[in-house]
Ligand binder design. Structure first.
Ligand code: ACO
Length: 356
């Protein structure tokens, strides 16, 4: 049996920080409202010279270094994104242009669920025996599509990229189970009208028009709580595991209340859930690989641990996987980021909500 172990991991976020205090000056909101409704304190935002490509390349470079292979060793690059820098060509080819090599390269769109969809897709190529080494990137720059006069959306999103290298192994490592699904009829609850090839004449859109993300927050929230919980539970069952076998939940970082609901469904205490949305907000397809990277850097994941990745997003789509951690780094001189434990105040807030 072939498996696809995660042997390299990396992340990148832009330098520019947008805090809740900054947003208080832009729209009618407050740090207290944002923190209590979402768990977000600040987020990162691309500057004029940043791009989905530059963030992806930085994250991928770290992941490749960690795995000890080079871009020319790769068989395939898959980029999960809903904000590619161009539609023609793919984001994956733009990344390859910087990294080098001649691997197959394509993009995959499943919004915030994109990274888990891409991980599953890449794993199939390895399990089928077609490829041995695949780079999977989750990257988005949604702040370029956020209307900073709309308080219901502008507080949520940040930019970033995360990457993993998958390598074929006979050891049971990497993806043990996957659950994917979508409710296409709900697409208008979260989308960017006018961001694509078809724009109806009735929209009266001018060439310089910049489309904005539109969202029905309550509907998305309701969908997310059910979809995340159901998908996570099903993924654990499909892997043949019990809830007690799960060492860490690494969820899509959209809203702390949604994350808490998913953790409850798996009967996990919050010390087994990696939360970093207080620092980055919702980075869409990048959020799970960024969280994975930070959890590993903080020493919270060890060889043989069972992880659950679970995500939801525009589509409306959902995805969950059980991952068995492995892939010992072959290099010791890896890039290092500081340890980032779960924000104490946020953890306390969740504890209070649970006991009430
Ligand atoms: N500051 C202050 N007040 C606000 C803000 C704000 N930033 N935003 C909304 N409000 C107000 C509303 O106007 C409303 O006022 P009203 O009662 O007078 O009408 C009140 O707060 C409550 O609004 P709700 O929308 O019911 O607030 P809710 O508790 O649902 O929180 C939120 C809103 C945070 C958006 C929540 O619904 C949510 O997180 N939904 C999921 C969104 C999400 O995760 N989207 C990303 C999906 S991933 C992807 O694919 C990109």
């Amino acid at each position: 049996m072939r498996y696809a172990a995660i042997t390299g991991w990396g992340m990148s976020v832009p330098e520019r920080v947008l805090t809740n205090a900054d947003l208080e000056k832009m729209v009618d909101t407050s740090d207290e409202w944002i923190l209590s409704r979402t768990g977000i304190r600040e987020r990162r935002m691309v500057g004029p010279d940043d791009s989905t490509t530059s963030l992806s390349v930085a994250a991928a470079t770290q992941a490749l270094e960690r795995s000890g292979i080079t871009a020319s060793d790769l068989d395939l690059i898959v980029v999960a994104t809903c904000t590619p820098d161009q539609f023609l060509v793919s984001e994956a080819c733009l990344v390859q242009a910087e990294l080098g090599g001649t691997a197959a390269a394509f993009d995959l769109g499943a919004a915030c669920a994109g990274f888990v969809y891409a991980l599953s897709t890449a794993t199939q190529f390895i399990q089928a025996g077609l490829y041995d080494r695949v780079l999977v990137i989750g990257a988005d720059t949604l702040t370029r599509f956020v209307d900073y006069s709309d308080r219901s959306t502008c507080i949520l999103f940040g930019d970033g990229a995360g990457a993993v290298v998958l390598e074929a192994t006979n050891e049971p490592r990497g993806t043990l189970s996957t659950v994917l699904g979508a409710h296409g009829e709900g697409y208008k609850h979260l989308y960017i009208p006018g961001w694509g090839a078809f724009v109806p004449e009735s929209a009266g859109i001018f060439p310089e028009y910049r489309p904005f993300l539109q969202m029905n927050g309550r509907e998305v929230f309701r969908f997310a709580v059910t979809a995340m919980g159901d998908a996570a539970v099903e993924a654990v069952e499909r892997a043949g595991l019990e809830f007690g076998d799960i060492d860490m939940l690494i969820p899509h970082q959209a809203n702390l209340r949604i994350i808490d609901a998913a953790a409850r469904r798996l009967d996990l205490s919050m010390d087994k859930v990696w939360v970093n949305l207080d620092k980055y907000g919702n980075t869409s397809a990048a959020s799970i690989p960024i969280a994975l990277f930070e959890a590993e850097q903080a020493g919270k994941i060890k060889d043989g641990d069972n992880l659950v990745f679970v995500a939801f997003g525009g589509g409306l789509a959902w995805a969950a996987s059980v991952i068995r951690w492995g892939g010992v780094p072959k290099h010791s001189d890896q890039p290092h980021v500081s340890e980032t434990p779960v924000d104490e105040a946020v953890a306390t807030a969740i504890g209070a909500e649970r006991s009430s």
